[in-house]
Design a protein around this ligand. Sequence first.
Ligand SMILES: C[S@@+](CC[C@H](N)C(=O)[O-])C[C@H]1O[C@@H](n2cnc3c(N)ncnc32)[C@H](O)[C@@H]1O
Length: 537
Amino acid sequence: MIEIKDISLATNNQVEKSYSKLNSLEHRKRFAQFFTPFQLASLMADWLFGNQTIQTVLEPAFGLGVFSRALLNKKSDLSIKGFDIDEKIFAVAKEIFNDTPNVDLHLKDYMFNDWDNKYDGIICNPPYFKFHDYDNKTILNEIENRLKIKLNGFTNLYTLFLLKSIYQLKPNGRLAYIIPSEFLNSDYGKLVKSALKQNKVLRHIVVFDFEENVFDDALTTACILLCSNDKHSQKVKFSTIKKIDDLELIKSYISNYPLNNIDDSTFDINELQPEVKWRKYYQEQNGIRYKNLIPFSSVAKVVRGIATGANEYFTFSKSKAKQYGIDEKYLLPCICKAVDVKDNFFTTDNFHSLVNSDRQTFLLNAIGSKDENVLRYLELGEKSGIDKKYLTACRTPWYSLENRPPSPIWVSVFNRSGLKFIRNEANISNLTTFHCVYPVQNSLFDNLNVDVLFAYLLTDVAREIFEDNRREYGNGLQKFEPNDLNKAMMLDLTLLSKKTENKIIELYKKYRDTALNKSPDDSFLTEINNILKNKYC
Ligand SMILES: C[S@@+](CC[C@H](N)C(=O)[O-])C[C@H]1O[C@@H](n2cnc3c(N)ncnc32)[C@H](O)[C@@H]1O
């Protein structure tokens, strides 16, 4: 039992800590119960008080009411309404706010309730659910009907909470939301960004980029949105918070609003482009340090690797092939796991040694086969329901493979240390652990030697410029979807003289030799990097 004598004095996260101790991580994850540090809740509450006549406040994802505690600590006569869908946390919240009649709590789904009410202040740390975790059809219908906007299915619940809350703001109402910063730089965020632009309520985006882990892991990639339904709609400010002291800057922005200095990080609302990554408004772009950049897509196309829909069934090792009597001609050589590729070069020898160590190195390629053993294995697939899986059910026949010729270059999808490119010298296929990189043929750049391109991809310059287009996940994980790379920029290598190109190829071959001898000498790559820096910086 969590006891609180005076709610306005609960100015820390003690109740959240006790709750987290008493309730399993599994339960908390199920309801996305990750709590806001009191210090941030208090800062966000300050923003709401910028509305001098604030009376009514909404807390759409109440949890244990950290925002209400922060608000009541500053003004005790507010009238607050809160929603939560989890009975467990709701019961604890009820107890905590038992003696606070001006906090009105509802055990209900925020997305389906309270559409007709509007508030002077709305403050929230919404649940973060990808859509497959959530009843997406109904919720999207609800939002589309109410807000008269068209959403694509690929979204996240927190963005829908935000859109609904903006709709529920009274004139002069203030809104503060703390959410993952992912939407700023992802495809599903475009719609939200465009709604924020159209509604003209966005005033300040505070992006966390903590050098050390100041708060919880989840906050390493969060942002706070400050919105106001007033007439000062022309300017939007972006701030990056690298250390806790930087929060003072936000406090001063809040207390000076709307009389803030216009600086490099303040943009005219009309300048903001919803369809591009908003990172460019708050982070110095690496690309601007170089001249003669061209879109990567004009040189190569990136597509994801083969998705089978049932890897266990479709992948084969040598011994599994023997066990089921599947002849090699019905097996497609394929790299199935990222760990099987250690270096930047993947050769035929590497492939054979994986085969001999009995790794999964083949995909069933059964189209047109009349072979008895193959037919028996397909029957087994049907008996086990493999043909009814999400991807296989959409294919004709269900066991057909996606048509992806082996690509000469692979790139790793999810990485802690940045992008990793691999030269697929073995000319084999790959599953989705890598994206395929196909150099563009018959284009202006068709003379771009694949070795020169690959040498470039191994350099820090390439990595830096690509990073402008990355997505970030908690824990410093970076991810690049194929389109993030397609839309990224690169140096225009066609401007290199024949002599420089030859020099790069020479260095690249030396690097390759050392890499194949298991002692890669990075000094060759550094030299290539320096050549490029000299030419393009
Ligand atoms: C990220 S937590 C935030 C809790 C608290 N406001 C804080 O900041 O510490 C989100 C809360 O929303 C609740 N929740 C999840 N889905 C909800 C929904 N559809 N409607 C209302 N609350 C919901 C969860 O149970 C959880 O308590």
